[in-house]
Design a protein around this ligand. Structure first.
Ligand SMILES: Nc1ncnc2c1ncn2[C@@H]1O[C@H](COP(=O)(O)OP(=O)(O)OP(=O)(O)O)[C@@H](O)[C@H]1O
Length: 576
């Protein structure tokens, strides 16, 4: 039965399935498993990025005979594709991209007549593509970036070329197969017959003669037509415009928060706020999925923060291949709907290379969601302190966090915050910390979650993190100078490699600014630096300068702290 099938899988692969509570009488509550509510049969198995490795054994997924969706994307599964899937004749979506599957694509897939989506890209599959001519419902297909060869079966010619790229395939939609290959490995059965030299010569001569005839006919026709037309008269009257000139949108060089007595509309900053039909999902740009698709998505929890829980959702949209988005479920929202929309929309339209754009939001009675693109490297916090947040940054060696990388991150974060502050004197971030500094592949930093502090109840635990300026702990009031303090703590964290904690929250914790200050006073400054940084030569002076900047940002009195413009300028001088 289904339970045995899943246990077989679990015993053969390493990864998330270990978390399945094998004493449960039914697997319906297991992570990634969805059952039909009435029959109790397993209809979906979704374990994307679940760190699965090993081979899928026989009598496992192939025995889930009511399976409609099988998604094991982005794992490290190896061996051949499950060959017994032909018994899953209810299967509609088979999503196995981003693994290490090898061997041929089984021709038995042709039995799965309900199959709508087949994604096998980014594996090590070999051989030719079988002739999948028995899949009338197939709408999406991707086998790109494997080691496949031969010609593309004609039944698949209508899929875009990027469904096939990164292989040695030929034929529509890719360039035609070379005649010598005769579409070797092809499956249409009409290839491989070579033309004789005489026949080729005949075809070439015939084509050339045909072309000449067409040109001659066109030329004669044109001469007859031009001799019959009267000489042209010059019309001196002004011509009415054919159509009104297109409206040119002038974009404001500097965005302003909507509702902040500016009268500026969202479009003034070049980002259009789009209401997603009737479903209530409001996006800042194009969105390739609907709220319904988002709610159906499988999700993995990334963490529980001050403002809510963050998930990574895998959306199977009708338009795109599977889309990864990060969804923040806000808790303790303390503003009404109008205020919420105004504030999120005014944050959502901001564009800066060091700000993490809000992708979309949803306001409902039960749920308030913010959506972001998924950043492949996760956050600075997970990079520095090894917290598991994304599959990509796991296992990054701290030694790889060179001075160059740390200073690039410091500079990017400083620029993002400086930009936020430039919008207006009352605009501040309110929750700067290393888990809100997200990183893209090139270690460029993006400051995330700006504007959220103003949406949630201020007496939350926000005040208890190690980045909070002393005046925020006392008054709960966020300000630009409090952001400077938090940024200073962030600089100290980058330099020391230590995570700051608040004394009240954790008695063992490190009050970074105080600790650094006392070490400097005792002439032990060299001991504060992350040993990994000290190992690299010739950077002591810059490290000391940045440490000095960090301590001046974290002075107790807000007025003694530099402005963010000044901080950013200094970081640029030291690290740029
Ligand atoms: N857009 C994203 N892409 C990739 N990873 C993300 C993204 N947003 C958040 N994360 C990761 O998810 C983890 C949890 O995020 P979350 O925002 O809930 O934590 P937090 O910053 O501690 O909370 P809060 O901001 O509410 O105080 C972060 O450590 C970060 O690594």
């Amino acid at each position: 039965d289904d339970r045995t099938a899943l246990l077989n899988l679990s015993s053969a692969v390493r990864g998330h399935t270990r978390r399945w509570n094998q004493s449960d009488p039914t697997p319906c509550s297991w992570f990634g498993v969805t059952c039909d509510k009435t029959t109790g049969q397993v209809i979906q198995l979704r374990l994307p990025s679940a760190r699965l490795s090993g081979q899928i054994p026989p009598n496992s997924v192939g025995n889930l005979t009511h399976l409609r969706v099988l998604s094991l994307r982005k794992n490290a599964l190896s061996g051949s594709l499950p060959s017994d899937l032909s018994s899953c004749n209810e299967l509609e979506k088979l999503l196995l991209p981003g693994n290490q599957f090898s061997g041929a694509i089984p021709a038995e897939l042709n039995i799965l007549t309900k199959l709508r989506v087949l994604y096998l890209e980014n594996n090590n599959l070999t051989g030719s593509i079988p002739n999948l001519n028995n899949l009338p419902n197939l709408r999406k297909f991707n086998v790109s970036h494997n080691n496949l060869n031969g010609s593309i079966p004609s039944i698949l010619n209508n899929f875009p070329s990027n469904s096939f790229l990164g292989n040695s395939l030929c034929g529509s939609p890719l360039p035609v197969c070379p005649p010598a290959s005769g579409g070797s490995g092809g499956n249409d059965g009409n290839k491989g017959k070579k033309l004789s030299a005489g026949a080729i010569a005949g075809i070439v001569t015939g084509s050339v003669v045909g072309l000449i005839l067409i040109f001659v006919t066109l030329f004669i026709g044109w001469r007859i037509y031009s001799s019959k037309t009267t000489p042209r008269q010059v019309n001196m009257s002004p011509r009415p415009p054919a159509s009104p000139p297109p409206e040119i949108e002038i974009r404001s060089p500097k965005p302003t928060f909507v509702g902040e007595n500016s009268g500026l509309r969202n479009r003034d900053v070049g980002v259009v706020v789009q209401s997603g039909g009737n479903d209530g999902l409001v996006s800042f740009g194009n969105l390739d999925f609907s709220l319904e698709e988002l709610l159906r998505a499988s999700a993995e929890m990334l963490g529980k923060g001050t403002f809510g829980t963050t998930y990574k959702a895998y959306i199977e949209s009708e338009i795109e291949t599977e889309i990864e988005v990060v969804v923040k479920r806000l808790k303790n929202v303390c503003v009404n709907e109008t205020e919420f929309r105004e504030k999120v929309e005014s944050s959502g339209v901001l564009v800066h290379e060091n700000l993490m754009p809000i992708k979309a939001y949803f306001y409902g009675t039960e749920e308030k969601l913010l959506l972001f693109d998924c950043m492949p490297m996760g956050s600075l916090h997970s990079l520095l302190h090894g917290e598991i947040a994304t599959s990509r940054n796991r296992g990054i060696d701290k030694a790889a966090l060179t001075w160059e990388i740390r200073s690039k991150i410091a500079l990017g974060a400083a620029r993002g915050i400086e930009y936020l502050h430039s919008i207006g004197p009352n605009i501040s971030h309110g929750n700067i910390k290393s888990s809100n500094i997200l990183l893209i592949d090139s270690y460029d930093a993006r400051v995330s979650e700006y504007g959220i502090a103003q949406l949630v109840s201020t007496n939350s635990t926000l005040i208890l993190n190690g980045y909070c300026a002393p005046e925020v702990t006392n008054t709960h009031k966020i300000s630009q100078k409090a952001d400077v303090y938090s940024f200073g703590v962030l600089l100290l964290e980058l330099l020391t490699g230590k995570a700051p904690t608040h004394a009240l929250q954790n008695e063992e914790g490190v009050d970074l600014p105080r600790w650094v200050q006392s070490m400097v006073q005792e002439n032990q400054a060299i001991d504060v630096f992350d040993p990994e940084l000290v190992r690299q030569q010739n950077r002591e002076e810059q490290m000391a300068q940045l440490l000095h900047l960090g301590t001046s940002c974290t002075t107790q009195h807000p007025d003694s702290r530099p402005s963010m413009v000044e901080v950013s300028r200094r970081v640029n001088e030291i690290c740029g």
